[in-house]
Design a protein around this ligand. Structure first.
Ligand code: F6R
Length: 605
């Protein structure tokens, strides 16, 4: 989820490209670059800020009126000058910028290298520039069309060539791209904020469409070469709204991004037939001979660790523990060279998590990192890394990074099972492929209801309880943390079976209780716990999966999530709970994206 801009028009391209890139800075990036045709291809890149890129032009600006630019958020390969976009072909006549993930890039790269193409970066993107070079026969648009026919994955691409000084080719598949329409100029962008200083009229490309953009016109084709009429939109957002794609807060935008984020997490790792491809990321010697697994994390990532521990315990004979990093660092633990320590961290910079893995590593453990940030300290110190690929998470409260962590852990549990037992549960992986669509349907179906409940009930509460059993307990813990951290309402998560050992004393008429019921083997037990709550007139909002059951005696409100494998239910139940926290916080008038006393990356002990 990087940022793309492109320009073709009357003025020199550098200024509009830099201006557009600056508007995308809010998304987070690790490097940036632009390519301008004048008449040869000139490429400028930096591992750093846009200001550093701008500084490359202090001695003069190329006069070319065609160019492309990019802010990179690393997915394949470390943040570095070489890996920054644009990427060129062998002859340095073609330049490409890309958002998304090319799933089959390794295969393509091998083929292209065997044909003599020389690669200069570790990125998946570079295969595109070489494919365009391979298929180029005088028509850039046709070469791009032939190149994308080879790609599996998601992409938004902008391509220029020094042989076509008035032509910008753009194409998209599962990754947004809009063309801003000006007076004898067009600006291409992955995100609306980059357009707003130029125009309010834009054309939106659809999946599979290729646009041939010149100073004079834009011609759009579909996969079959048939000319298409692009869809025109009028943008009414102000610049601040545009950064959030029209959502009131980044948190809400990121909640809604989860179907896309999970598709990205799965991309290249799980084939359509449910086949697992993780050997590149998790080498066999990382798992060979392990007896113990320690999943180490803080906050929301710790709740993902609880989830991962449950899955690994359920599917292997390993000794598995979820550990809070701040505790692990200072307690006596049995850890040696048969231990696999899995550190989970969105930022990859959390001080406690780093301290804990350094301790495990010093005792001989092998370290696997699950993180969202390529090149983070955790990623660099680990023996192997599984990236969550959720895209930059800007809101302080973690939402899409959390469900992407769960997704990685689901894949990992199946992979460990395969490695240790020679087989895994194919149904779990088959159902995992359905999760993005199911998330989208939950968001569509439940938002208004959850908003009303959260605004009226949770926002007004002083104490709330989140109940679950088994895997639902880990989800309940995440639900209560979200409510505390952004709505500042006290919440406590409890194993439902523990209520009767004391806490039931706090259940009084009207106390809001959010309960989770997705684990079939624990459903009867959970419902009988809820009867105890109802007997004290507690007010239960139940998130359940089994639509056949009668919940009338146990819940005041029931929200059903679509049926899935019980081990995957936490990926779905997270969404209504995130929305509950969000709408309780907004009803209380809080600055949701910057909650008090919490930083996005906690780099102190
Ligand atoms: C909650 C939240 C924190 C983080 C925790 C760990 O929404 O954001 O609880 O989950 O500080 O951060 P990472 O995952 O960056 O290690």
């Amino acid at each position: 989820m990087c940022g793309i801009v492109g320009y073709v028009g009357r003025t020199t391209a550098v200024q509009p490209l830099l201006k557009g890139l600056k508007k995308l800075e809010y998304r987070g990036y690790d490097s940036a670059g632009i390519a301008v045709v004048e008449p040869h291809l000139q490429v400028y890149k930096t591992q750093g800020r846009i200001a550093d890129l701008e500084a490359l032009f202090t001695k003069g600006v190329p006069q070319g009126t065609l160019g492309i630019g990019h802010t990179r958020w690393a997915t394949h390969g470390q943040p570095s000058w070489e890996n920054a976009h644009p990427h060129c072909d062998c002859s340095e006549e073609i330049a490409v910028v890309h958002n998304g993930i090319i799933e089959n890039y390794l295969e393509l790269r091998k083929e292209l290298e065997a044909e003599g193409h020389v690669f200069r970066s570790e990125t998946d993107t570079e295969v595109v520039s070489h494919l365009v070079e391979k298929y180029y026969e005088g028509d850039l648009g046709c070469a791009v069309q032939a190149a994308i026919a080879q790609l599996i994955g998601s992409y938004a691409l902008a391509v220029v060539s020094s042989r076509h000084p008035n032509e910008l080719i753009a194409v998209r598949q599962d990754s947004p791209l809009v063309i801003g329409v000006g007076e004898e100029e067009y600006i291409l962008a992955s995100d609306v904020p980059a357009l707003l200083d130029f125009t309010r009229t834009a054309w939106v490309l659809d999946d599979g469409q290729v646009a041939r953009i010149t100073r004079e016109s834009v011609v759009v084709f579909d996969q079959h070469g048939e000319q298409q009429k692009p869809q025109t939109i009028r943008i009414n957002w102000d610049p601040v709204q545009a950064e959030k794609e029209g959502y009131a807060h980044f948190m809400l935008k990121e909640i809604h991004e989860q179907p896309r984020a999970i598709r990205q997490t799965l991309a290249g790792r799980l084939g359509v037939r449910g086949n697992l491809q993780l050997a590149e990321e998790i080498p066999a010697d990382l798992l060979h001979g392990i007896t113990d697994v320690h999943l180490i994390a803080c906050g929301t990532a710790y709740h993902a660790a609880l989830y991962g521990a449950y899955l690994l315990q359920d599917s292997t004979d390993l000794q598995v523990h979820a550990e809070l990093a701040s505790e692990y660092r200072y307690k006596r633990v049995r850890v040696d060279d048969r231990t696999l320590a899995i550190a989970i961290s969105q930022s990859g910079e959390t001080a406690d998590t780093l301290g804990a893995i350094r301790k495990a590593k010093a005792a001989g453990a092998r370290i696997l990192a699950i993180t969202n940030v390529v090149g983070s300290t955790l990623a660099r110190e680990a023996d192997a890394v599984m990236y969550t690929h959720a895209g930059p998470e800007i809101a302080v409260a973690s939402t899409k990074a959390y469900t992407a962590q769960l997704c990685c852990l689901g894949l990992l549990a199946a992979y460990v099972q395969l490695h240790l037992r020679g087989a895994y549960d194919p149904e779990l992986l088959r159902q995992l492929l359905e999760i993005p669509d199911q998330m989208a349907s939950i968001l569509q179906a439940c938002e208004e209801r959850v908003k009303e409940y959260a605004g009226q009930r949770l926002a007004a509460a002083s104490d709330t309880f989140y109940l679950g059993r088994g895997l639902d307990l880990a989800s309940a813990m995440e639900g209560q943390l979200k409510l505390k951290e952004i709505a500042y309402v006290h919440a406590e998560a409890l194993p439902a079976g523990e209520l009767k050992h004391g806490t039931l004393a706090l259940i009084e008429p009207g106390v809001p209780i959010v309960a989770l019921a997705t684990q079939p083997h624990l459903l009867d037990k959970l419902l009988s716990n809820l009867r105890e709550v109802k007997a004290r007139n507690g007010e239960v909002f139940l998130i359940a999966m089994d639509g056949e059951r009668d919940y009338s005696q146990t819940a005041d409100e029931v929200l059903l999530v679509p049926p899935t494998h019980p081990m995957l239910a936490p990926l779905l139940t997270a969404l209504p709970m995130q929305l509950m926290a969000y709408y309780a916080a907004t009803a209380r008038g809080h600055d949701v994206d910057k909650p008090r006393n919490l930083a996005k990356s906690v780099t102190v002990e």
